[in-house]
Design a protein around this ligand. Structure first.
Ligand code: C5P
Length: 397
């Protein structure tokens, strides 16, 4: 996925042991499409050499305010002028203190002072250094100055102590940067979503379920969070990690899912039903494993509640979005569902290539008609749905 394509990033690497992870970060950022220019401080260069960063970024590495390679000798200005952001990872307590005071005694701090682009810092230091009131004051001041502070995480430290102060892992930093660049189209909105299949128990070891990977729902939850929404994801059993910035409530059956949704709806402006809820459940679930007998066994099934229809039918319902996965007659069935469940927006897709793939081809249905989207990777489909949803929400306010 090339989510940072076209972005020019200046990565400042300062003198902490986490500098070795900055090498992996450069590789990940490059893989995500970013053009990375590393600025190494004197301390940073004691941990990792410029050659490593040059090889990984494919760009010259900058260490010196007086670098003669810059024709006009204005490295501190030129490097940031067309940059989309400066990220300092790892950021020592020392560099943060300097940033707070506007000190500019090396190339990196001078670049930060002269920048026109956003600045993000990923602190990395011993837990006592992090907890020191001076550092905490500085972090507060940086936030107040509009600097994004990513982390730190807690855990084992290079010095052998355990606590807060570990730099976020390179994967998390790369994700945080991707998030940072997403337009905040849903800022301040609370969204409740359902995801995955439900599992309707027959006995303690057997059940009825639907085939659903949860990838579309999890991708959409992530896209909503990236767009600034507060997301609660009520999820049936899936093998997916919780997306960053999303609160997951794990459930098994349709009845559990319904209860969790109704409990979560307070203050929600949007409800998105993506789950492949089992339409039926066994009337009775046996307390013990049903034994094989060789004779026929009948299961009596009873319909499950339609969670989406129930939420859409509440007095003052949230803005309800439904999904319609159909094997034929998509327009007719999707629009039919929209009308029957009284939904302002339905996302329809033809299930031709089976479920669980990484791409999707969807059509959006709303009061204005039908809006087909091109075939795209699921994260891009999710972002397009978010943009359409944000537009509809805005037109209602
Ligand atoms: O199953 P159906 O095609 O009617 O699903 C359409 C939409 O309704 C989906 O968004 C699905 O998540 C939701 N739904 C639900 N509860 C059900 C069945 C479907 O919320 N019991």
């Amino acid at each position: 996925m090339i989510e940072l394509k076209g972005r020019k990033l200046v990565l400042g690497v300062t003198g902490g042991i986490a500098a070795y992870k900055a090498a992996e970060l450069v590789r990940l950022l490059g893989k995500a499409g970013a053009d990375v220019h590393v600025v190494l401080t004197e301390g940073g260069a004691r941990f990792v050499t410029a050659v490593t960063f040059q090889a990984l970024s494919g760009n010259p590495v900058w260490t010196d305010l007086w670098d003669p390679r810059m024709g006009n000798n204005m490295a501190h200005i030129d490097l940031t002028r067309d940059a989309d952001a400066i990220l300092i990872a790892p950021a020592t307590a020392d560099v943060m203190a300097k940033l707070v005071h506007g000190l500019a005694d090396d190339l990196l701090t001078t670049l930060c002072l002269a920048r026109e682009c956003p600045l993000l810092v990923a602190p990395a230091m011993n837990r006592q250094m992090w907890e020191n009131p001076a550092t905490q004051r500085n972090v507060g001041q940086l936030r107040g100055d509009g600097v994004a502070v990513l982390g730190p995480a807690a855990g084992e430290q290079a010095c052998g102590e355990v606590g807060q102060g570990r730099m976020l892992e390179p994967e998390a930093l790369c994700e945080a940067l991707i998030d940072f660049f997403q337009p905040k189209l849903l800022a301040g909105r609370r969204i409740v979503m359902t995801a995955g299949p439900t599992f309707e128990a027959i006995d303690p070891v057997r059940g009825i379920t639907n085939s659903s990977s949860g990838k579309m729902a999890y991708g959409l939850a992530r896209a909503c969070a990236q767009a600034g929404a507060e997301v609660t994801l009520v999820s049936g059993p899936v093998a997916l990690p919780v997306p960053a910035g999303v609160q997951r409530i794990s459930v098994r059956s349709a009845l559990d899912m319904r209860d969790a949704v109704l409990r979560s709806l307070l203050g929600a402006e949007v409800f998105i039903g993506v789950a492949a809820v089992a339409d039926y459940r066994p009337v009775q679930s046996a307390d013990h494993k049903i034994k094989k007998t060789g004779s026929e066994l009948s299961l009596t099934l009873t319909p499950n509640p339609d969670i989406l229809a129930e939420v859409a039918g509440l007095p003052n319902p949230p803005f309800c979005v439904g999904f319609a996965a159909e094997s034929r007659n998509l327009d007719e069935y999707a629009e039919g569902k929209r009308k029957a469940k009284r939904l302002p927006l339905v996302v329809g897709n033809l299930v031709q290539d089976g479920l669980g793939g990484d791409e999707n081809l969807v059509v959006l249905y709303d009061d204005a008609g039908r809006h087909p989207l091109p075939r795209m990777p699921k994260p891009d489909v999710a972002r397009s749905i978010v943009a359409h949803l944000a537009g509809l929400l805005c037109s209602r306010c």
